[in-house]
Design a binder for this molecule. Structure first.
Ligand code: COA
Length: 257
């Protein structure tokens, strides 16, 4: 399948979706959102994909929703666009495979919001992030007011959203927004190295780990821990659990399904 606004690549279990409107800093317009959702559906259906990477071509990951489309918006159009972007975020969260946002450059507004819907964010040391919507007389509409506060806490989230300021990769790491920072020169190679290592792990345990964290996050601790017990037990439904233990005891690398 060919796309106009994204690139899709798949190699050795690692799929990569690259936002590809570099002359507009990959601003997210209707077409790109629609193609992105098609590509996510393709990933969801393909059992060969074990890890998904999102990144951007050129200087940006995504520099926000395409502001040029805002001039045509009334409240109904704005609502439909935001709701459609939220659907993409929920699909990212529901994917059974790990999804890494590889933030290569600007991740602003809807760009940071898509990144935050991934399982975690890696950033190039040159990356710049933020929720600048307030400077346009708006607020984040693709999950920013909710996911940012869950990731960095309410106070830090409100400071970023109300000021609309940009932050660099090092500050984002300190805040807990970004999991790791890699040098810009080797950024995608570093991300792919991690992706390959994830692709070699057990599918069932990766999925159980992702779902246990996500589904337990908003529960009380007791119910969340019970959910973890069930997810832990489920791992033993896969031969991977015994293979992992045997490989350790036999001092060899495990060979997971
Ligand atoms: N929507 C539409 N177009 C955008 C865009 C966006 N969110 N972000 C960047 N672009 C376009 C610019 O209009 C410009 O297009 P042009 O060459 O046809 O004029 C091109 O991308 C390059 O951007 P430019 O502003 O010239 O680059 P810069 O290096 O000077 O600045 C930014 C980079 C990211 C600081 C700046 O582009 C910016 O502030 N973008 C908007 C960020 C934003 O508010 N996002 C939230 C939207 S809700």
């Amino acid at each position: 399948m060919s796309y106009q606004t994204i690139l899709f690549d798949q190699e050795a279990g690692v799929a990569t979706i690259t936002f590809n409107r570099p002359d507009k800093l990959n601003a997210l317009n209707h077409e790109m959102l629609s193609e992105f959702k098609e590509a996510l559906d393709r990933v969801r259906r393909d059992p060969e994909v074990r890890v998904l990477l999102l990144t951007g071509a050129g200087r940006a990951f995504i520099a926000g929703a395409d502001i040029s489309e805002f001039l045509k918006f009334g409240p109904l159009e704005a609502r439909a666009f935001a709701a459609s972007a939220h659907e993409a975020g929920f699909v990212l969260e529901a994917l059974e495979v790990p999804v890494i946002a590889c933030v290569n450059g600007f991740a602003l507004g809807g760009g940071l919001e898509m990144a935050m819907a991934c399982d975690f964010i890696y950033a190039a040391d040159s990356a710049r992030m933020g929720q600048p919507e307030i400077n346009l007389g708006l607020i984040p509409g693709f999950g920013g007011t909710q996911r940012l506060s869950r990731l960095v806490g309410k106070g830090a989230a409100k400071e970023l959203i109300l000021t609309g300021r940009m932050l660099g990769a090092a500050e984002a790491k300190t805040l807990g927004l970004v999991a790791q920072v890699f040098p810009a020169d080797t950024f995608m190679a570093d991300c792919r190295k991690v992706a390959r290592s994830l692709a070699a792990k057990g599918r069932v345990s990766l999925r159980a780990a992702k779902q246990a964290v996500d589904r337990g996050f908003d529960l009380d601790l007791r119910n969340a821990c019970l959910l973890e017990v069930d997810a832990f037990a489920l791992c033993f439904a896969s031969p991977d659990a015994h293979e992992g233990a045997k490989a350790f005891l036999e001092k060899r690398q495990p060979n997971f399904l």
